[in-house]
Design a binder for this molecule. Structure first.
Ligand code: WQD
Length: 337
């Protein structure tokens, strides 16, 4: 049985990917420092998929802990989600982000190499494109980051490409996620943000369940269908399935590939809000505010490469995403403890 180490496996995208990996017949080992998630997620994964992954509470900065995982398990490939991911926090605390997301990742890559594990799927982000010159965005578009979080994603991509150049035995998939939202249809796993959410859909979910008063819409003077920001929202289960296609490809090929994981469709803030009203069954109050610094008007993926290289295409639509987000929110008012 092919054994996959999932770093950050109790997190939002990591946990959904563990479910899909188990259901696809892989053996899963999870490493997480539980900074942003709870070990109870492993029980939820077991309830959905029938197997509880072997778990190591380990930090990327703990070389000995990483060494133990690779010594005790014959790992065939790694899917690397672990990392800090709040854009605003990264601006305030750049060294925390560079230490964890860069130095920590280098620890992982060095430990992999020392154990002859040279197959990796990396959790990158469409944020590496910055403000694109046009849409849809293709993988060969220029990259330009505007915050330390995005820079750590781009730097990891560069490090991994250089590793592949130096050692052609490596196989690396650099997956650029657009805007992951939603939750597993079971309602057992989903996004559990720390504190007041920065991202749109987790915030709307809190307005919908009454814990936040109204949605602040960051600007309605963009050159878009209704003036509000347009993004490529992708169901987290579609995203997880994209990782199954990517790891299967990586196990059969060498070298580095950048792949967008998006739907190719853009939805505005107000279009998402109205889709969520349909899901939750009641009106959601909002107020138009000034633009949020650093935001771009429109961002959505060209999905051709994921289709031709991986044979993967997103299946869920925006109504599915909002329905599953609301179902998780209702079933887990206090997150996953
Ligand atoms: C989406 C739209 C906002 C909140 C971010 C990160 C990116 C990636 C995905 C990790 C924009 C508007 C939002 C709110 C609003 N994360 N909005 N009111 O900024 O596209 O991407 O998350 O990889 O790195 O930058 O996502 O959900 O924050 O915003 O009006 O309370 O919703 O202006 O148009 P974003 P988002």
């Amino acid at each position: 049985m092919t054994r996959i180490l999932v770093t950050g496996g109790t997190g939002y995208i990591g946990s959904h990917t563990c479910v899909e990996l188990i259901q696809a017949g892989y053996e899963v080992v999870v490493m997480d420092n539980l900074y942003n998630s709870s070990e109870a997620v492993l029980d939820r994964i077991e309830t959905i998929a029938g197997t509880r992954p072997k778990f190591y509470k380990t930090d990327l900065l703990d070389r000995e802990g990483l060494e133990t995982i690779f010594r005790e398990n014959d790992i065939d490939a790694v899917i690397h989600f672990a990392g800090y991911k709040a854009v605003g926090e990264s601006v305030a605390k750049p060294l925390l982000y560079y230490e964890n997301n860069i130095a920590g990742s280098i620890n992982l890559y060095e430990t992999m190499a020392a154990h002859g594990v040279k197959t990796l799927v990396f959790s990158s982000s469409a944020t590496v494109y910055g403000a694109p010159k046009s849409v849809p965005i293709r993988e060969d578009f220029e990259v330009h980051t505007t915050n330390p979080y995005g820079s750590t994603k781009l730097m990891n991509e560069m490090i991994l490409e250089d590793i592949c150049t130096a050692d052609p035995e490596w196989s690396v998939m650099l997956l650029r996620y657009f805007n992951p939202i939603g939750a597993h249809p079971s309602g057992l796993i989903g996004e559990v943000p720390n504190g007041i959410p920065n991202n749109l859909v987790p915030y709307i979910a809190r307005v919908a369940n009454g814990t936040l008063e109204y949605l602040r819409v960051w600007g309605n003077d963009y050159p878009t269908v209704d003036g509000t920001g347009v993004r490529d929202y992708i169901h987290v289960v579609d995203l997880a399935k994209g990782h199954i296609s990517a790891v299967a490809y990586a196990l059969e090929h060498k070298g580095a590939e950048k792949v967008n994981l998006g739907t190719g469709n853009g939805y505005s803030v107000l279009q998402v809000l109205h889709a969520y009203e349909k899901a939750c069954g009641h009106e959601l109050p909002y107020q138009i505010m000034e633009r949020r610094p650093g935001d771009i008007a429109t961002c959505y993926a060209d999905t051709e490469k994921a289709a031709s290289l991986l044979g993967w295409k997103a299946q869920y639509n925006i109504d599915d995403m909002c329905r599953d987000s609301w179902n998780f929110t209702v079933r887990n008012p206090d997150g996953i403890k």
